[in-house]
Write a protein that binds this ligand. Structure first.
Ligand code: ADP
Ligand code: UDP
Length: 235
């Protein structure tokens, strides 16, 4: 398979068309952004780590009955995926209070949630990815009810599967963001990536942050944290 045109360059990845119309190649960059692009930097080897970790989690989910766009990794920084029509939603699942939930609700970071919480953000950089509920999504014609039902089923199942694997490595899955697309039959398919860029991982003993919060909040040890979480998750 060969790359043909560059389809899209985003903040963290480049997406290429290939000579097979239903397949794309995703290239993972080292570029990092936070605060809707206000903070920018490079995290050395992040692209390699995010490609490997996404491969690991997509395979774990597949073993547990959840299909994704992942087909195969072809080198350190690139994977082949199924081409989808992306739904412009960021689907966030939370187990413990962190990030924007602290600001929005005034709750203390680190407070466990009694039940997992699912939120939708509209994937729209101009608007700063605003929070939406099902009614906004239907009113804006972003997705249908049955698609949201399927998205929520996949997101909560992925949460259970990932959380249980991570617990066995003494890591708490605080929260994470997923993206979904539709295949040519209109079926909802998990897409994008699953990595320390879009998950929060804390060591269960020390509460040490092993994810992009180290970059967001200038905590130092960013590269080391990305390397450590990959090693621990995939060991
Ligand atoms: P952003 O757009 O947020 O800056 P990235 O740099 O991660 O994000 O770019 C990757 C882009 O590819 C995202 O817009 C994402 O929605 C899109 N994408 C992910 N998986 C697929 C897929 N299977 N088919 C088509 N587009 C995809
Ligand atoms: N997230 C993401 N992309 C975004 C916003 C959030 O990957 O554009 C992830 C983030 O890494 C965290 C979860 O979604 O794991 C919840 O993020 P939150 O809403 O707390 O936002 P933030 O603190 O990033 O503003």
């Amino acid at each position: 398979m060969n790359k043909t045109n560059q389809l899209y360059e985003g903040k963290a990845k480049i997406v290429y068309e290939t000579d097979e119309p239903d397949k794309l190649i995703v290239y993972f960059k080292d570029d990092a952004t936070a605060g809707n692009g206000e903070k920018r930097g490079i995290i050395a080897e992040k692209g390699i780590i995010n490609n490997r970790m996404s491969e690991f989690f997509f395979k774990l989910l597949k073993t547990n009955g959840i299909n994704s766009h992942f087909i195969e990794s072809i080198n350190d920084r690139e994977m082949v995926v199924r081409r989808l029509k992306m739904i412009p939603l960021e689907v966030i699942v939370r187990n413990v209070v962190a990030g924007s939930l602290v600001k929005r609700m005034g709750w203390d970071e680190g407070t466990p949630l009694k039940t997992p919480v699912l939120e939708y953000d509209y994937k729209n950089d101009k608007l700063g990815d605003p929070l939406l509920n099902r009614y906004h999504i239907m009113a804006l014609d972003i997705a249908r009810v049955y698609e949201l039902d399927e998205i929520e089923h996949i997101a909560f199942s992925a949460n259970q599967i990932m959380m249980s694997l991570l617990k066995s490595k003494n890591i708490m899955l605080i929260d994470f963001k997923l993206e979904f697309g539709l295949d040519d039959k209109g079926k909802v398919v998990l897409a994008d990536e699953i990595s320390p860029d879009n998950c929060r991982f804390w060591d269960m003993t020390t509460n040490e942050k092993l994810d992009k919060d180290r970059f967001r909040y200038d905590m130092g040890g960013v590269e080391e944290a990305y390397k450590e979480i990959l090693t621990r998750v995939t060991a």
